[in-house]
Write a protein that binds this ligand. Structure first.
Ligand code: F6R
Length: 570
């Protein structure tokens, strides 16, 4: 099961003297209470749903059974033209129980299957009508030894075992059972039985696929004594940074692919593209490259995909994604490839779609991040970007600065949690919070604010200090919490003025500063570090704060509502 990704309902289906389905809203643990302990079936499909089309209800939960009860299907992705297809099927007498696009696919497949009496032909006819993205697995009640698959735009991986075969949206949930995988390309489809995997290309010709052997890390459900993955992952930040230093800086030298460095040096403009937290890492990364006189721009993937711009004559694209499976970014990569532009993915997930398909890939080596809210991966992304930018000019001082940042993170872990917890208690009852910063501190504010809203459900805004007076200051009212980062010597005096502006309007200010820039009333004062590394050195203060607020409110820290760990739909 891919339950680590975040979901709101779950279901399984198998064949035991008929198609049997167990599904419900809620967790896999809850679902398993209604599933028999032993099941006699040669096939089984399971799905964890993150609602897109239709609310998280039992009827919308996968697997979906077709109207005439011949086809049982799970689907990941989005069918853009499902309304037209649904209307046509309704004219043919089909009835639908839920609101999902996936149920429409089950019925479309059934309509062709009943007509042709041939599953593979039904798949091809269905494929020809579907617009959108899908990774689909289904079985037919008449042939319950076979599991059929089809893929376009959404990831689908087959795991090959001895006497069994598996399929999933990524390799990680199968790694317990096999290390050999077949990756399906867009347009491909086929079937699996206990001892056979047969795959066809877009045109229906059988394709020979050589299994890829992968030794990816088993998703650890061992909390190692921590109450939540988020806390565990925040506390893994120091080792994440040092692991990256060891991976990309050995024997006193940067160890990046020489061709990658040449391409970066030769390009006249670098574009950073990502979503959410990874976009925030790109904001920081862009500034690092500018430090070494490279011109840079940063884009949110879903925005860029609809208005792609390529500044410069020789642009190079850096894509950033913890999961390597984010659909918005995969869409961007498609456009980038159409324009033959060199690109790099920075990802935590070896073997992911972006890792496999970009010109270059740099892994974050952070270990699996289970908590939906990204923490250690953000620090890893910014650490790696700092090193990569420095490698362009062989600026080894960055490595020493990163080592110093590790000490700061350790110090925060050892000494500052009680102080942060106090601030969290005060924030928890509020409905609105502001974060302020300038430069690197503004980038950090954006990430801090996203983290707080994700897991505490408090509305929060990050504002560059200088922008306050251009609008947002209208929202400052007595008692409103304002969290301010002051770690950059250049912008510190202006930030202190901003504090006065909001204080005079009654805001309750909590300042996070570094020793040399601190003031006696600051809430958290951390050790000094090279100021450009604030996202590496002190983001853990922001992460702890969000974590403690969420705890204080009694919320599900690791699986916040409405969010998925890997966003495989656009
Ligand atoms: C926030 C968070 C999301 C992800 C975003 C991109 O804590 O986790 O904002 O950063 O969905 O995901 P990746 O990095 O997997 O592409």
């Amino acid at each position: 099961m891919l339950d680590y990704r975040g979901y709101d309902s779950a279901g399984i289906a198998y064949f035991d003297r008929g198609i049997k389905i167990h599904k419900d809203v809620g967790s896999v643990e809850h679902l398993m209470q209604s599933v028999p302990e032993t099941i006699a079936s040669n096939i089984m499909i399971g799905h964890t749903r993150w609602a897109t089309h239709g609310a998280p209800t039992k009827l919308n939960t996968h697997p979906h059974l077709s109207f005439h009860e011949t086809i049982c299907l799970v689907h990941n992705g989005v069918i853009d033209n499902y309304k037209e297809l649904k209307a046509k099927l309704t004219e043919q007498g089909y009835r639908f129980y839920g609101e999902t696009d996936s149920e429409v696919v089950a019925n479309l497949l059934e309509s062709f299957y009943l007509e042709e009496k041939d599953v593979l032909l039904a798949i091809q006819k269905t494929k020809a009508l579907l617009h959108g993205s899908y990774a689909i697995a289904f079985f037919v009640g008449d042939a319950p030894d076979f599991l059929y698959v089809m893929k376009k735009g959404s990831p689908l991986v087959v795991g090959k075992g001895k006497g069994f075969n598996l399929v999933a949206s990524d390799a990680s949930p199968m790694i317990e059972h096999t290390n050999d995988f077949l990756e399906l390309e867009d347009g491909e489809f086929g079937f699996l039985s206990q001892d056979k995997v047969v795959i066809y290309d877009e045109k229906g010709n059988e394709v020979e696929k050589t299994p890829i052997h992968k030794d990816i890390e088993l998703i650890s459900h061992d909390l190692k004594g921590y109450p939540h993955y988020m806390l565990k992952e925040i506390e893994e930040i120091p080792q994440t940074i040092s692991r990256l230093i060891n991976a990309y800086f050995q024997d006193g030298e940067f160890r990046f692919d020489k061709d990658l460095l040449t391409d970066l040096r030769e390009s006249d403009h670098i574009l950073f593209i990502g979503c959410g937290t990874s976009y925030h890492a790109g904001l920081v990364g862009g500034r690092y490259f500018e430090k070494y006189k490279k011109s840079a721009s940063r884009f949110i993937a879903s925005e860029w995909a609809f208005h792609p711009t390529y500044p410069g004559k020789k642009p190079f694209i850096i894509l950033i994604s913890q999961s390597g499976e984010t659909a918005d970014l995969i869409h961007c990569l498609k456009i980038i490839k159409e324009h033959n532009l060199k690109n790099l993915i920075i990802t935590n997930t070896g073997g992911s779609t972006l890792d496999r398909n970009c010109t270059y890939s740099l892994l974050l080596h952070s270990g699996v991040e289970v908590s939906v809210a990204s923490t250690k991966a953000y620090v890893a992304q910014t650490t790696l970007l700092a090193m990569l930018a420095a490698a362009l000019e062989d600026d080894k001082a960055v490595v020493a600065d990163l080592r110093q940042a590790i000490n700061v993170v350790n110090d925060i872990q050892d000494h500052y949690k009680p102080a942060i917890q106090e601030v969290a208690k005060e924030l928890a009852p509020h409905k609105n919070v502001f974060y302020l910063g300038r430069g690197y501190d503004y980038f950090l504010s954006l990430e801090a604010s996203l983290k707080l809203k994700e897991i505490s459900y408090i509305h929060s805004e990050a504002v560059p200090g200088g922008e306050l007076k251009h609008g947002p200051i209208a929202l400052i009212e007595p008692g409103l919490p304002v969290i301010v980062f002051i770690t950059d010597p250049e912008t510190a005096p202006s930030m202190r003025s901003n504090i006065e502006e909001v204080k005079s309007r009654g805001a309750k200010v909590y300042t996070i500063s570094t020793a040399e820039l601190s003031s006696p009333e600051d809430a958290v004062v951390v050790k000094d570090y090279a100021y450009y590394l604030s996202s590496v050195a002190i983001s853990s203060v922001a992460f702890y704060l969000a974590y403690y607020v969420s705890l204080e409110k009694g919320l599900n820290v690791d699986k916040p509502r409405n969010l998925a760990k890997s966003v495989t739909v656009e």
